[in-house]
Design a protein around this ligand. Structure first.
Ligand code: 3H9
Length: 699
């Protein structure tokens, strides 16, 4: 094997050169790797001993595609660009065989499509997932794949971005042979047969796309894709690019290229690429090394069998981890267990689980009424009432009962985790694991790191999140942590708008048009207005003389707690969840404004979005300043996965970057200076001002 300045290696097996891509973790096709492939190809072409070439990667990845870290840098366009690497391979006078194991995605598959032959492990994963990054395959994928597997299957693969196992393509020219044994041996043997049989070198570009009634089919595809991909330009552009495969190859390639370059500039693609990087960054904690030894989690205890506790328990049951579910009373325990059973049954009726799968999950569940049942668990999560006195009782008991070394977690959504930890003699083992409701569905997990939380407890919690298929974000201790602290500011901005003249339905509609899954008032009705009312009453009692009142108090005083009472900000028809604007609410608001001396004015939808989103951004900046969040992109991940922020906007902090931080600062200053405005709330955070002044952004 020869050494190479590039991340490729080169070895000759008899008459076959084996070129191995070696750019961990996933052989991203960055500039150095692209250069290495061309150099190795030239070496093989120049070597008279070599009659054929095998191009391969690692067991994990033939290649995960273009190196996404290069996007937006000069390296992305530096020769040899991927299209030219593929051209060089395709025009090679010696046969080139792609030998594929692991993932073969995006530019990686495009590279393989440029080879004359492809052999693969049956479980290798082939796909063109560019659409998930708001792009389309930009190195010939939209032109070569339809030529190999047909227009319709190629279009489905490209528009969905879903990879498929190589075995599925065994009967198509996409996969010439499946290799059950050692990949390289099989690939070399295949290459030798090609040489011995003097097989002609097929090039995908020379094939014609086969599709009867292509025009009608493409029109149907355009209509259905347009309807299904509102707010995302890439899927429809994928159809356009695939449609161009009916044209002469080079013409189609040019169309693909220009559509790819245009998509690269869209804010949607920038947002999706930001999210890809943000999700991977979120799992890393600056001062916790990746190789921190983890604590084993073989058995879990959950305290509280209500909606939250039951949902949390299901996560572990789904992952095959035994759960002890603890309640204080038999009736509550029975109800909790029955709800879990009913949820699994519903999944079975929908065809998502089989009966044996449901049974296996329920068999992992041990209901209990005595703390002693938690003695040997490795992790316990309490999901009891949000009250410090109740948490104190629970944690003192856990400290007494649970084995040493176990992780003691609270699902609190805003209480002080350090105070909770202080109820135990092992604060290093205490952490916040804030699941979002419904806990068996929502992807977000806020991992709250206390002042004394041990690094291995944090590392284990982050790993656990992966096992539960959640996305974890680390938060420091503060009231509401990252998510609820910001949402409080967002809610306050929305309330302000009501005081100033907007109606709940206008605020909700404007924010939903912006892309949020649900406006703040619909969200309030869903969550229950009585929760905030109780908190405000408690705070008012704790801090006499301070005014905590908001218009929602009047709704609650009228018995309007939201959906559960059939009326809140909206009214609801029996058994339905559709919010119906209500004149009763309008009258309550009008009276409130009169009593408080608020003058109503006309407010535009743009102003609604600006105030609500910038309020979030400002609080996000404070959270960053205080070190509560490690990075701005973590805040985006929280909002995207826990609060219905639209992915095509990339999250509030990324959105602020797109708008331009100087614009955000100017607007915040203007609002802060308005008569009657809460200047503390609206004054831009120093970090925001500094970034804006330095011409920097959050991302
Ligand atoms: C493209 O190809 C455009 C072309 O059509 C045209 C070009 C002209 N590059 O996800 P994981 C890193 S667009 C660089 O945790 P998994 C990732 O950041 C691209 N790095 O592991 C992480 O790094 P770190 C089309 C990449 O096993 C590490 O690998 N391709 C790339 O769960 C592990 O990642 C795609 O869209 C990359 N392309 O999943 C594929 N991919 O350890 C996107 C990953 O520092 N990638 N990394 O955090 C994926 O879907 C998954 O990452 C993959 C591995 C399935 C590959």
């Amino acid at each position: 094997m020869s050494t190479s300045p590039f991340p490729t290696s080169y070895a000759v097996h008899g008459s076959v050169a084996v070129v191995t891509l070696n750019n961990p973790p996933v052989n991203g096709l960055g500039h150095a790797l692209r250069s290495g492939i061309v150099a190795a190809l030239d070496q093989a072409l120049a070597d008279p001993v070599v009659k054929a070439i095998v191009l391969t990667g690692s067991d994990r990845a033939f290649s995960g595609g273009a190196d996404v870290r290069e996007f937006g840098t000069s390296k992305a366009g530096q020769e040899p660009v991927l299209g030219n690497v593929i051209r060089a391979i395709e025009s090679s006078s010696k046969p080139v065989v792609a030998a594929i194991a692991g993932v073969c995605l995006g530019g990686g598959l495009e590279l393989a499509l440029g080879c004359h032959f492809r052999v693969a492990k049956p479980d290798a994963s082939l796909g063109l997932p560019e659409v998930k990054l708001g792009l389309l395959p930009g190195a010939g994928g939209t032109q070569r794949l339809p030529r190999l597997i047909g227009l319709e299957p190629a279009l489905n693969m490209i528009v969905s971005g879903q990879p498929e196992a190589a075995a599925r393509f065994a009967a198509t020219p996409l996969v010439d042979a499946l290799i059950e044994g050692t990949l390289i041996e099989g690939a070399v043997a295949f290459a030798q047969q090609v040489v011995v049989g003097q097989r002609p070198l097929p090039r995908a570009r020379d094939l014609k796309v086969n599709q009867p009634n292509a025009d009608a089919y493409l029109q149907f595809a355009r209509n259905s894709v347009a309807a299904a991909s509102k707010n995302f330009p890439a899927p429809l552009q994928c159809v356009q690019a695939v449609a161009a495969s009916l044209k002469p190859f080079d013409e189609g390639l040019q169309i693909e290229r220009s559509l790819f370059l245009a998509l690269m500039q869209t804010s949607e693609s920038r947002a999706l690429r930001h999210i890809f990087a943000a999700e991977r960054a979120a799992s890393k904690v600056a001062d916790v090394p990746a190789d921190t030894p983890l604590r084993p989690i073989r058995k879990v205890g959950i305290i509280g069998a209500g909606t939250m506790g039951g949902g949390i328990a299901m996560n572990f049951l789904n992952a095959g981890i035994p759960v002890v579910l603890l309640e204080m009373a038999q009736a509550a325990l029975d109800k909790g267990v029955a709800t879990i059973g009913k949820n699994y049954d519903n999944s079975r009726l929908k065809g998502k689980l089989s009966q044996p799968q449901c049974d296996a999950r329920m068999a992992l569940l041990t209901p209990a009424l005595d703390y002693a049942a938690l003695r040997d668990v490795d992790l316990v999560i309490e999901a009891v009432f949000e009250n410090m006195a109740v948490k104190e009782q629970v944690f003192r008991k856990l400290d007494e009962v649970v084995q040493q070394g176990a992780i003691l977690a609270s699902n609190t959504s805003y209480l002080n985790v350090d105070q909770i930890a202080a109820f135990t003699r092992r604060p290093q083992d205490v952490i916040g694991l804030h699941f979002f409701s419904p806990a068996n569905v929502m992807r977000l997990l806020e991992v709250v790191r206390g002042a004394q939380t041990a690094k291995d407890v944090l590392a284990t919690s982050m790993q656990l999140a992966k096992m539960l298929k959640k996305i974890a974000v680390v938060s420091g201790v503060c009231d509401g942590f990252i998510g609820n602290r910001i949402v409080a500011r967002y809610g306050a901005a929305a309330n302000d708008l009501i005081n100033q003249g907007a109606l709940p339905q206008q605020v909700d509609a404007a924010l939903q048009k912006f892309g949020l899954a649900m406006g703040p008032f619909r969200m309030g009705d869903l969550a229950g207005l009585d929760i905030g009312w109780a908190t405000r009453k408690r705070r008012a009692a704790e801090q006499p003389g301070k005014d905590f009142s908001v218009v929602a108090d009047r709704l609650c005083e009228a018995g309007r707690f939201g959906q559960k009472t059939g009326a809140g900000w909206y009214r609801y028809e029996a058994g339905k969840r559709d919010p119906i604007p209500d004149t009763v609410t309008e009258k309550i608001i009008a009276q409130w404004r009169k009593d408080k001396g608020h003058r109503a004015r006309k407010i535009s939808d743009e102003e609604i979005v600006e105030r609500c989103i910038f309020a979030m951004v400002n609080e996000g900046a404070r959270i960053l300043e205080e070190g509560i969040a490690q990075r701005a992109s973590d805040i985006d991940i929280v909002y995207l996965n826990g609060y219905g922020f639209p992915s095509y906007r990339g999250g509030p902090m990324f959105y602020a970057d797109l708008v331009g931080l100087p614009n955000v600062v100017r607007t915040l200053k203007r609002i802060a200076a308005e008569p009657g405005a809460d200047a503390v709330f609206w004054t831009p955070a120093p970090l925001l001002v500094k970034l804006a002044e330095d011409g920097k952004s959050f991302s």
